[in-house]
Design a protein around this ligand. Structure first.
Ligand SMILES: [Zn+2]
Length: 275
């Protein structure tokens, strides 16, 4: 059985919680499992309220306006093997540490700094999180060699996992942070096609995720991330990413999300320059 374990419940903003989980490393096919995420205000024998059915997600953002959620809200994941009908109910897990209110205030101010209509210093970007778990690509995965057969497959975008990336998440980033902020010794000299950007605390980016900047019509691949935290609470992220050449198959992601450029443009039209 591939039973996920809830690893962390984070407060992103008041009323918004992100439940993270991990799957055990296994050669078993995850495609035969169905998972259900439940929430309860009591835990114990309570059945709970169904929030989400999924196959290979790694986190879920729950909007829940209960005060003090970290002491009285529980989450669990139920596992069903559709071939054998075997189930696992999952353990109730709760947020153990109260969120740091000062840290949340810093994040709130960062978000205003980036997206404020008058003085915002950010531009809208789309973050495509890489799928690290899921069924192998039906079109190009070579089961004998355990690798992809094609570098221009638009079923998996060279990732080997069906779909390749999760639906893009839209956020704001500053593309020209002050030099002293982005000169990180272990990152070395900046390459010609590299960008270094400042982002708030979500979405959390990882190496190999993609960042799409609509005003440049360009995809970037995340290389490194430097995070600032306060008592384990993520405040912001400095990201280095390298430009991906136009002939790469990842540009076909734009065909899957035909509204993406319009949505990003609407976000940037909300910024009034020169006012
Ligand atoms: Zn493929």
């Amino acid at each position: 059985m591939i039973i996920p374990t809830i690893t962390k419940i984070e407060m992103l903003s008041p009323g918004e919680y992100r439940i993270n989980w991990e799957y055990p490393v296994t050669t078993e096919d995850i495609g035969i499992y169905k998972y259900k995420l439940y929430r309860s205000s009591g835990g114990g024998d309570d059945e709970g309220e169904l929030l989400k059915e999924f196959n290979h997600l790694r986190y879920f953002t729950d909007i829940n306006n209960i005060k003090k959620v970290w002491v009285n809200t529980y989450y669990r994941i139920e596992t069903l093997n559709v071939k054998t009908n075997e189930t696992d109910r999952g353990k109730w897990t709760t947020m153990m540490v109260a969120p740091d209110l000062e840290a949340m205030e810093i994040v709130r101010r960062n978000n205003i700094l980036l997206s404020n209509p008058r003085r915002g210093i950010g531009v809208p970007i789309a973050v495509f999180k890489l799928k690290t778990i899921g069924p192998h690509c039906p079109d190009c995965w070579d089961f004998n060699k355990q690798k992809i057969r094609s570098s221009n497959c638009d079923s998996c975008y060279k990732t080997g996992i069906q779909g390749g990336y999760y639906e893009p998440e839209l956020t704001w980033a500053n593309l020209t942070p002050p030099a002293k902020m982005i000169q990180i010794p272990q990152w070395g000299e900046m390459e010609a096609n590299e960008i270094r950007i400042f982002m708030s605390n979500k979405p959390v980016v990882n190496p190999k995720d993609l960042i799409y900047i609509s005003s440049r019509n360009c995809f970037y691949s995340v290389e490194q991330i430097e995070t600032t935290t306060k008592r384990d609470y993520l405040l912001h992220q400095l990201v280095s990413a390298s430009g991906i050449e136009r002939k790469s198959v990842v540009y076909n992601l734009l065909k899957e999300y035909p509204d993406l450029n319009r949505k990003l443009l609407e976000m940037s039209n909300h910024i009034k320059t020169g006012v």
